[in-house]
Design a binder for this molecule. Structure first.
Ligand SMILES: Nc1nc2c(ncn2[C@@H]2O[C@H](COP(=O)(O)OP(=O)(O)O)[C@@H](O)[C@H]2O)c(=O)[nH]1
Length: 497
């Protein structure tokens, strides 16, 4: 017992002064590190939100985006956290009952109310952007289009968000914001990497957007959009073809086959055995075809299929005009297009269709892709229906046409070749966020992509904390060493008296 007590007395680490110094030192280190951690903690991980409604020609979809509150003006951190498909058709289909266009949005909007934390509601911007469906309605009947917007406006104001208005996007905006979305999600903009082109296929329009090193905007300036993002300049080529979305393109091929007002047509773009009676008035109820309505036609026609890819491709080709081009080179309909450059992301209906047809793998040679599609088109309708009992009837009936249209648009329209076809990637989403114009639109309107590269801290958070900790420990050791003169004298060996 006495030996132990004497050892304690001789061991300097048991002296009260040393204990106090050690305790103070440890408290100081803990305090220093805690302050450093808290000071740099991402503002207790608060999130901000943004909501965008994509009022497309065939349907409306709502997207909720989320980002850490302190990263407002930074990069690559905005993510889609939720999406909701509005039941029913696109808002342009409510021209004769505008009120219903507003009401149709209620369910998805209520979902948004529950998904966004209540205390963020009032500061969450809400946008509605309408695309080609409303562009066409505006051409056809501008007062009906205004009434639809009025109804939608009134409905959206009822919700507790910061509603920023409903408007029609120009084709150029739709193309450019789709390009911003795919490149933002791929983190290509902040890092100044080579960008991806964007191919968007909707129901009523289609967009192509890409950066080409031989395009400076001087030839056909209306196709040029200039951006300065994160300190990099982009000269983007973009074009939106109204009426060349897949639903309107289908109308154009049907108009092509019903020029003489027949009572029935045998359509190579539909499967053998397919037969449906359709109304002429519905087919021609669109500015894309209304001027081609046959003078004398019965009220209905029987739409039957014969499933022939090559003949279908000929009809599809006939809706493109390749004859005149006032520029150095054109895609179709006299529209300038520079040399295709870089990889392309193809989304929206490009993806839906190619995914259904199991043709998203673009490393399969183009000729083989065509053969597979030809085989699919030649499959009788009864067999197709048996094979896919759960696929929506309208989509199922149209996949042969849609696939043929996509391949024709890409190769004959935009001039993709067997060599450049593998540069296309059919995508639905990137890192959990859907590819489309909505994210780019919101990033732009909330100024979330700065023109200049933001000043970034010299060290990442973890590195900063590590360095503070190491320095604190070193200071403590130095402090202890500097106290050496006051250390109690002790011999190297514990003395046992
Ligand atoms: N096969 C398939 N097609 C779809 C699906 N959702 C939308 N579409 C089609 O994709 C096209 C895009 O529609 P939308 O976004 O409304 O067109 P936009 O306004 O012209 O861009 C339309 O032809 C729709 O019928 C889907 O889940 N499956």
């Amino acid at each position: 017992m006495s030996t132990q007590r004497e050892m304690k007395e001789k061991n300097p680490w048991h002296r009260p002064v040393t204990i106090i110094i050690t305790v103070i030192g440890v408290i100081a280190i803990v305090a220093l590190v805690t302050v450093a951690v808290l000071q740099n903690w991402p503002l207790s991980q608060k999130y901000k939100y943004g909501i965008v409604l994509d009022a497309g020609s065939s349907h409306t979809a709502l997207y909720i985006y989320e980002w850490p509150a302190e990263k407002d003006n930074n990069t690559g951190r905005v993510e889609q956290t939720h999406s909701c498909t509005v039941k029913g058709p696109g808002i342009s289909s409510y021209a004769s009952a505008p009120q219903k266009a507003g009401e149709s949005l209620t369910e998805c909007m209520q979902e948004a109310v529950h998904r966004v934390p209540k205390k963020r509601h009032h500061e969450t911007p809400l946008y509605l952007g309408a695309t080609a469906g409303m562009r066409l309605l505006n051409v056809q009947n501008s007062s009906a289009s205004n009434k639809v917007f009025q109804a939608v406006d009134e409905a959206l104001r009822e919700f507790p968000f910061a509603f920023q208005g409903a408007r029609i996007l120009s084709g150029q905006e739709e193309g450019a914001f789709g390009w911003v979305t795919v490149n933002y999600l791929d983190d290509r903009l902040r890092q100044g990497l080579e960008t991806n082109g964007a191919l968007d296929l909707g129901g009523a329009s289609t967009q192509i957007s890409f950066v080409s090193s031989n395009y400076d905007g001087s030839e056909s300036p209306s196709n040029s959009v200039n951006f300065r993002l994160y300190g990099n300049d982009y000269n983007l080529y973009t074009h939106s073809f109204l009426c060349y979305g897949k639903d309107q393109a289908l109308r154009m091929t049907l108009a092509q086959q019903t020029r003489s007002g027949p009572t029935s047509i045998l359509d190579p773009c539909f499967h053998d055995g397919y037969s449906e009676t359709k109304e002429y008035s519905k087919l021609y109820d669109s500015p894309c075809v209304s001027d081609r309505k046959p003078q004398e036609a019965p009220s209905t026609y029987i739409h039957t299929g014969k499933g022939n890819f090559h003949q279908c491709q000929e009809i599809v080709k006939s809706v493109f005009n390749f004859t005149h081009c006032q520029y150095s080179q054109c895609s179709f309909n006299g529209i300038f297009q520079p040399h295709l450059q870089g990889p392309f992301g193809a989304f929206s209906a490009y993806y839906f269709v190619m995914n259904f047809l199991k043709l998203t793998n673009t490393s399969i040679p183009l000729e083989q892709v065509k053969e597979k599609l030809a085989h699919y088109c030649a499959t009788p309708w009864t067999q197709i229906q048996k094979q896919y009992p759960n696929v929506k009837h309208k989509y199922l009936a149209e996949y042969c046409f849609s696939g043929t249209y996509i391949l024709t648009l890409l190769t004959e329209g935009y001039n993709f070749t067997s060599e450049s076809y593998p540069n296309i990637k059919f995508i639905k989403e990137i890192k959990g966020s859907d590819a489309g114009w909505t994210l780019g639109y919101m990033l732009n309107l909330t100024n979330m992509i700065p023109a200049e590269a933001p000043d970034s801290p010299p060290l990442p958070h973890a590195g900063y904390i590590s360095i503070v900790t190491v320095i604190a420990v070193l200071l403590f050791v130095l402090f202890i060493l500097s106290m050496r003169p006051f250390w109690p004298q002790c011999s190297k060996e514990p003395q046992i008296i």
